[in-house]
Design a protein around this ligand. Structure first.
Ligand code: HPA
Ligand code: ZN
Length: 336
């Protein structure tokens, strides 16, 4: 099954580039840059990867990002991820980055975007990519607007904006101004909602921000009217099962609602969120749910198809990717 999933053409739509920073690269960059990490060894760092909830993860995640300083650091980070994504059958990656995490440390947004873009250009022949700038919701709405203004010279390098970080207590409607600016600039809109917080946050992301996709969205199931809306409007949910398990949203992955929502007709996708911290890249996420929830081969194919359809890639390329997916499925015997 793993080989079948690995070869399946798919899109990754929920991936924080800072969350792909493996301990080895983190220590290498910290050493090179003279950055003091609050961990003495890779083993000590890995031992700290036991999370109670989203907040307990975010603390370590922001500490780790401090190792990234130069344009080359950001390029190295993106290259490592893209090499892995290509090997995992990802044909399209829409990658989140958190500029405020770096700007707070005095790093120019152009350094971040420049490095990420350089690596994306290097991989242009093997994978289609786009960058999504995420606003940190634990910071103020004004900070989000200022961040968008700082990004203005680089808008050709990004395809959209998103919203991440500490969800509970920081509802989507706080960020209407920043999202309005992004919409006026012609960017695509996504938002984390319903990861830990109530379905009202998902409604708000849809109604107030105009989000076209919901990142996570697993709490939507608590509101049948919302589930019906997601089905009717075919709003994609970018789910991340290993993340949900590690952050205790579904401590037992067998309780995950991905299969129920998929069978209810929601446009569900599978993604890796912060793979260096949650113990698995995209194929690991597919395999984990396929095994835990006993997904059929058709359901795995459906999820991969959903991911390409839900991506923001241009229509011509999307059609080619979907053709590639169908050709792959037709070419692999049902019992592989
Ligand atoms: N949720 C919110 N913020 C994040 C996440 C997440 O899953 N990953 C990185 N930042
Ligand atoms: Zn996320």
């Amino acid at each position: 099954m793993r080989d079948f999933i690995k070869g399946l053409p798919k899109a990754e739509l929920h991936l924080h580039i800072e969350g792909t920073l493996e301990p080895e690269l983190m220590f290498e960059l910290a050493h090179k840059n003279g950055v003091d990490l609050p961990f003495d060894s890779i083993a000590e760092l890995r031992a700290a990867y036991e999370f109670d909830d989203l907040q307990s993860f975010l603390g370590i995640y922001y500490q780790g990002a401090a190792a990234l300083i130069t344009e080359d650091d950001f390029a190295a980070l993106m290259r490592a991820y893209l090499a892995r994504a290509v090997a995992d059958g990802v044909v399209r990656a829409e990658v989140f980055f958190d500029p405020q995490t770096h700007m707070e440390r005095g790093i120019e947004i152009g350094t971040v975007i420049g490095g990420l873009r350089k690596a994306m250009d290097d991989f242009a022949d093997s994978i289609s990519t786009g960058l999504i700038l995420c606003f940190l919701r634990h910071l103020s709405p004004d900070d989000a607007v200022a961040t968008f203004e700082a990004a203005r010279p680089y808008l050709n390098d990004i395809i959209g904006v998103g919203l991440d970080s500490s969800e509970i207590g920081n509802p989507p409607e706080r960020f209407v101004a920043a999202f309005d600016l992004a919409r006026e600039a012609g960017l695509r809109l996504v938002a984390h909602a319903g990861e830990e917080a109530a379905p009202e946050y998902v409604w708000s992301a849809l109604d107030n921000l105009g989000a076209e996709r919901i990142d996570h969205g697993v709490q939507s199931e608590k509101d049948p009217e919302l589930v019906q809306h997601l089905v009717d409007k075919q709003v994609p949910l970018t789910m991340c099962p290993l993340s949900n398990q590690k952050l205790q949203v579904f401590p037992d992955i067998r309780d995950h609602n991905l299969r129920r929502l998929l069978e209810r007709g929601v446009k569900v996708t599978i993604n890796s969120d912060d793979p260096a911290y949650f113990g698995g890249y995209i194929v690991d996420n597919y395999v984990a749910v396929a095994e835990a929830l006993d997904l059929s081969r058709d359901q795995m194919v459906q999820v991969a198809e959903n991911s390409i359809e839900a991506s923001f890639v241009g229509e011509d390329r999307k059609v080619k990717m979907l053709d590639g997916l169908r050709a792959y499925v037709a070419g692999v015997p049902v019992r592989d």
